[in-house]
Design a protein around this ligand. Structure first.
Ligand SMILES: C[S@@+](CC[C@H](N)C(=O)[O-])C[C@H]1O[C@@H](n2cnc3c(N)ncnc32)[C@H](O)[C@@H]1O
Length: 188
C-alpha cells in the first residue's frame, strides 16, 4: 500500500483525528456494541484508537505497513496489541473477536478480490454474533484527486451488501452520508 505525501500528512494530523473522533466514528459506530474484543484493520497513525478503547476492553490493531505498525506499537502502549499484517490474509485465529472494524482503509486495498478476501477474513475471525462495521469515502472526483499517485480503489456502496453477504454476513446495512458510507453486518 502506498500513501502519497498529502495523504500521509492528513492522516497523521490533529485535524484528521478530530474529524474521525467527532464526526465519522459517532456515525459509523452509532448503535453498535463492539463487545469485549475488537480488531481494527488498517489503523494507520492510530486516529481511531482512543475512541475504540472507550468502547471495548481489548483492542488489536492489524496494520500492513510495517513502519506504521512499529510507530503505533511505540505510541499506543500496553492498551493495544499491534500486529503487522494484511487484513486480506490474517494470521489470527478463527472466532477470536466480538467486533472487527475498519475506517478509511478499504479504498487502499488495491483489488476487488483482495477487498472480498478481507471481508471473508473479517467473517472468519469473528465469533458468532460478532459485528463487522466501518466507514470509507464513496467514489468521487474529489476522493480520487487526493489519491493521485496513491492506491485508489473505492468501494461502491450499492454493490457492498451483496459482497458482504457473499462473505457470509447477515443483518447488512450500508448508509450514505455526504461523501462517506458506513456499513455494518453480523456473523450469525
Ligand atoms: C488512509 S489510512 C486510514 C487509517 C485509519 N484507519 C484512519 O481512519 O485514520 C489506511 C490504512 O490502512 C492500511 N492498510 C491498507 N491495506 C491494508 C491491509 N490489507 N491490511 C491492513 N492494513 C491495511 C494502510 O497501511 C493505512 O495505514
Amino acid at each position: 500500500m502506498a500513501m502519497n505525501l498529502l495523504h500521509r500528512w492528513l492522516c497523521a494530523s490533529r485535524l484528521w483525528r478530530g474529524h474521525m473522533r467527532d464526526d465519522v466514528l459517532p456515525w459509523a459506530l452509532d448503535g453498535i456494541d463492539l463487545g469485549a474484543a475488537t480488531l481494527e484493520i488498517g489503523p494507520g497513525y492510530g486516529a481511531n484508537i482512543p475512541t475504540l478503547l472507550g468502547r471495548t476492553s481489548r483492542l488489536t490493531a492489524l496494520e500492513i505497513d510495517e513502519e506504521l505498525a512499529a510507530r503505533l506499537r511505540e505510541r499506543a502502549g500496553d492498551a493495544v496489541t499491534v500486529i503487522g499484517g494484511d487484513g486480506a490474509a490474517m494470521s489470527l485465529p478463527d472466532a477470536e473477536f466480538t467486533a472487527v472494524v475498519c475506517f478509511t482503509m478499504l479504498h487502499h486495498v488495491p483489488t476487488t478480490a483482495l477487498q472480498d478476501a478481507l471481508f471473508a477474513e473479517a467473517f472468519r475471525v469473528l465469533r458468532p454474533g460478532g459485528v463487522f462495521a466501518g466507514s470509507d469515502g464513496r467514489p468521487s472526483a474529489g476522493f480520487a484527486l487526493i489519491h493521485l499517485g496513491d492506491t485508489y480503489n473505492p468501494v461502491r456502496p450499492d454493490g457492498l451488501p451483496a459482497r458482504l453477504a457473499a462473505a457470509g454476513f447477515t443483518d447488512i446495512a450500508v448508509d450514505i452520508r455526504g461523501p462517506n458510507q458506513r456499513f455494518r453486518a453480523r456473523k450469525r
